[in-house]
Design a protein around this ligand. Structure first.
Ligand SMILES: Nc1ncnc2c1ncn2[C@@H]1O[C@H](COP(=O)(O)OP(=O)(O)OP(=O)(O)O)[C@@H](O)[C@H]1O
Ligand SMILES: [Mg+2]
Length: 505
């Protein structure tokens, strides 16, 4: 068992226009789970990237067991036993390679440097062993491109623990996981902790932090504002330190007036999991799609938006039957969709914040002869940056340099500019801090007040209960229950989400 403390002292780093870290001091101990929390853009990922060797232009000291470490590239920290599972899972994986190759990547690459034969059977065997330790049943032969977000996360975790790992950094590992997968991860974390591994755990879910973490460091705007034992702090206090103020009421008042039916779906079936789904949404209504991770919410949203083929069913929009067989047709008919995998599907990462924000609604910013109205673009994008509190040095900044949560806000913000009639949100608050969540809820409530029809898919039952007027529960691709939100609660929703049956049936 190691008895080495990891210390980061007076760490500062700047990027164009941002001082991301300003004299940050952070200490993690072996055999302890250390929460690192803060609002979107506070500097959590940057601090951990410094530790993982992603940057060489920072100042300050890093020590392990009192001895100075020189870290300027990933192999430096790997050699010291520091492993990281990045927030951007896709960026750390090679989609065209197998699960086994991705897990054993470091070893395979080093091996091929020695020009010896790679024993593939061994690679698969070793990879399978790591997955087994995580209680995961993913086949090592599958291509990473075919995995769900949760499975990709497991692959990264398996890769991290395949090495001699003294400190393990998990940057928002639970965001894409179901409850069961989260529990599984927590039992792995507990085991690693018992083995003496120090774990640094980043999450926006306060209850998780209280459950699993021993110590906590809270960051705000590139500074550390609090360091303590978790047991000394209440959830309210944690949020207050994070935001610099108390959090008001999380959910806005519901819009109760609903108008005529805008979206009517009958018997929708796709070639994956969605089976015979019928639903309707009226003007001014926020309708929830509740269901666990894997229930088919994302597939349903995609099929509705024409992103994936349907094998059966009809869609009527404002009383007119529409063949929504592509996102283009969907947009033309007044639909907007905020997808779950926003970084991949909802953003142009290498374009500016402003370009992304106006991209869903270019024609609104086009003057006569199709010239873009630069001033209107700028005003509108600045309005959304403000409304969602997007942390960016300027509207011209490239989106890939923003923090994970701020990228999410842009993917949502771009649809808020568009004048759609129907808004479909798929897990819009994933990776978003508690303060920004409230801003998003408020914007959705405001859309409803303006008579928009809203479908809100989420596995966070508290959000379904807090935000929607009506809810459809999805289980195994089928709608198993429709409920009026005022007459239900999280417990009942959970009951139906896990396959519970109505008594009357
Ligand atoms: N490569 C980069 N280039 C420019 N700015 C960057 C870069 N990396 C981070 N930043 C900036 O540094 C600040 C901190 O970002 P960081 O990703 O560390 O936030 P975070 O606390 O992890 O937030 P989130 O909860 O949204 O993931 C942000 O303002 C971000 O825009
Ligand atoms: Mg981050």
């Amino acid at each position: 068992m190691t008895n080495t403390t990891l210390e980061m002292k007076d760490i500062s780093i700047e990027f164009p226009g941002v001082k991301a870290l300003d004299q940050v001091t952070f200490t993690a101990k072996p055999g302890s789970v250390h929460a690192l929390i803060g609002a979107n853009g506070a500097g959590k990922s940057t601090l951990m990237k410094v530790l993982a060797g992603a940057y060489d232009h920072f100042s300050g000291e890093i020590k392990l067991g009192g001895k100075g470490l020189s870290i300027s590239k990933p192999t430096d920290s790997q050699k010291a036993g520091v492993q990281i599972v990045y927030q951007e899972v896709d960026a750390a994986l090679i989609p065209t390679l197998s699960v086994a190759e991705n897990i054993m990547l470091q070893e395979t690459v080093q091996h091929s440097g020695n020009k010896q034969w790679i024993q593939w059977r061994n690679v698969h065997k070793k990879a399978a062993k790591q997955l087994e330790k995580l209680n995961s049943s993913i086949s090592t032969k599958r291509l990473v491109s075919s995995l769900t977000l949760a499975e990709k996360q497991m692959v990264l975790l398996a890769r991290a623990i395949s090495t001699d790992c003294k400190f393990l950094i998990l940057d928002e590992p639970t965001a894409p996981l179901s409850n069961r997968e989260t529990e599984k991860l927590f039992s792995v974390i507990k085991r690693l902790k018992e083995e003496g591994v120090g774990i640094i755990f980043i999450s926006h879910r306060i209850p998780e932090i209280v459950e699993i973490c021993d110590e906590i460091t809270i960051m705000r705007n590139g500074h550390v504002v609090k360091r303590d034992l978790v047991e000394n702090l209440t959830p309210e206090k944690i949020v207050e330190c994070m935001l610099g103020q108390k959090l008001e009421q999380q959910f806005p008042a519901n819009n109760t007036a609903s108008g005529e039916p805008i979206l009517e779906v009958k018997g929708l079936t796709d070639h994956t999991i969605v089976k015979n789904v019928s639903l309707h949404v009226s003007a001014g209504e926020v309708v929830g799609i509740a269901g666990l991770v894997g229930a088919g919410k994302t597939e349903l949203c995609k099929a509705l938006f024409g992103d994936t083929p349907k094998t059966n069913g009809t869609i009527r929009i404002k009383g007119k039957t529409v063949k929504v067989n592509s996102p283009h047709v969907a947009v033309q008919n007044g639909m907007a969709f905020v997808p779950e995998e926003r970084r991949k599907e909802g953003l142009n990462l290498y374009e500016s914040v402003q370009t992304n924000l106006i991209s869903a609604n270019l024609h609104a910013f086009t003057k006569a002869l199709h010239f873009l109205d630069k001033k209107a673009q700028k005003n509108k994008s600045q309005e959304i940056i403000q409304a969602l509190g997007i942390k960016t040095p300027s509207p011209e900044t490239s989106v890939h340099t923003l923090s994970g949560g701020n990228q999410q806000k842009i993917a949502i913000g771009k649809w808020l500019v568009s004048e759609a009639d129907i808004y479909i949100f798929d897990e819009p608050t994933k990776g978003v801090d508690v303060g920004a969540k409230r801003d998003i809820f408020e914007l959705i409530a405001a859309l409803a007040k303006r008579g928009k029809a809203i479908l809100y898919a989420s596995s966070e039952l508290s959000e379904i209960v807090g935000l929607t007027n009506r809810v459809y529960v999805l289980y195994d691709g089928k709608v198993t229950k429709e409920l009026s939100t005022a007459e239900t609660d999280e417990q009942e929703l959970l009951y139906f989400s896990t396959g519970g049956q109505s008594n009357e049936n």
